[in-house]
Design a protein around this ligand. Structure first.
Ligand code: GLU
Length: 320
């Protein structure tokens, strides 16, 4: 057993949790506890416009209700991203000192919801952006002349990065060609998800990241960012997504933005063990949809039982 695993639960309080969030949080908990790891609870309340304290409270309460616990973290202020600006400033300055950061005035770049984790299918890269190619003089002139403050982008490496995901295997990615330079600080000064999550994983000593598969393609650049800052990247292990099987959102990832069943509604129709059993059954951990606690799942927990394909879930007809 590895005694040194440090993992994290890292929800964003921009809505109530739904079944998709719960599945990845349950798997993160099982993965960590099965390795006798230490679990951090980090509140990803980076975006002041979308984060709410009542959602944060509800998330912690809902996770405890399901039977998940953690060893340290929120509400201690140093585990809330909204209180970690100084740590991000320091990393930003280090990247800037290495010539990796440049200002970007493209309006599209500013509109991108950079403070939130990317959604599946969301286009992050703006191929028409020419800001990266400005000479130092042109950049200075633009900084003086533009009435709008710029967003700040990170120059991606033009090399093939190799990442071995614990569940999906090898991923090769050339960030410059496949992702493009990405925003690390918005024009309004708010730090972007990609910077904050990488810096936090590094500075909190996280060695293991388990989360939904929609963030798999963000992992090579997060690992690269951590290593560029002088840290050691964690190992990554991604979980299948729950996909709507019916209604107007059929085929799409369950999401707060699309109004998937929230924990409030789920708690009205499920006992905690019934919901845990449903999640465990849906992802392949147990063969029958029957009540079980997270702790009971630990004995047989193995990623080899967890499906790799995304999971259809008719949650509108969710019944115990
Ligand atoms: N806070 C992100 C979310 O709730 C997850 C970030 C991560 O695990 O890297 O979507």
């Amino acid at each position: 057993m590895d005694q040194d695993v440090i993992a994290r639960l890292a929800p964003s309080p921009s809505g109530y949790l739904h079944m998709g969030n719960l599945l990845s949080l349950l798997l993160a908990w099982l993965d960590c506890r099965a390795q006798n790891g230490e679990l951090i609870f980090r509140m990803e309340d980076l975006d002041p416009a979308r984060s709410r304290a009542d959602y944060a409270e509800a998330m912690a309460d809902d996770l405890r209700w399901l039977g998940l616990d953690w060893d340290r973290g929120w509400p201690e202020p140093s585990y809330a991203q909204s209180r970690r600006t100084a740590v991000y400033e320091e990393a930003f300055a280090a990247l800037e000192a290495r010539g990796l950061v440049y200002p970007c005035w493209c309006s599209r770049a500013e509109r991108l919801a950079a403070a939130s984790a990317p959604q599946p299918g969301e286009k992050e890269h703006d191929a028409s952006c020419r800001c990266a190619r400005f000479t130092a003089d042109e950049r200075e002139a633009q900084l003086r002349a533009s009435p709008r403050p710029p967003a700040w982008k990170l120059r991606c490496p033009d090399e093939t990065l190799r990442l071995i995901d614990g569940h999906y295997g090898e991923l090769l990615q050339n960030p410059a060609r496949e992702v493009g330079d990405f925003i690390i600080r918005r024009a309004d000064g708010v730090f972007a998800y990609q910077l904050a999550v990488s810096v936090d994983d590094w500075r909190m000593g996280v060695t293991r990241v388990v989360r939904g598969r929609d963030l798999l393609s963000s992992s090579p650049r997060q690992a690269w960012l951590i290593e560029t800052l002088g840290g050691r990247a964690p190992s990554y292990c991604h979980a299948p997504l729950l996909i709507e099987s019916g209604g107007s959102a059929a085929g799409e990832k369950l999401s707060k933005r699309r109004g998937s069943l929230s924990m409030q509604e789920l708690r009205n129709s499920f006992r905690p063990e019934a919901l845990c059993g449903r999640l465990a059954f849906l992802c392949g951990l147990i063969d029958r949809d029957e009540p079980v606690t997270p702790r009971e799942l630990l004995a047989d927990f193995s990623w080899t039982r967890v499906k790799t394909e995304d999971i259809l879930c008719d949650e509108r007809s969710a019944h115990p």
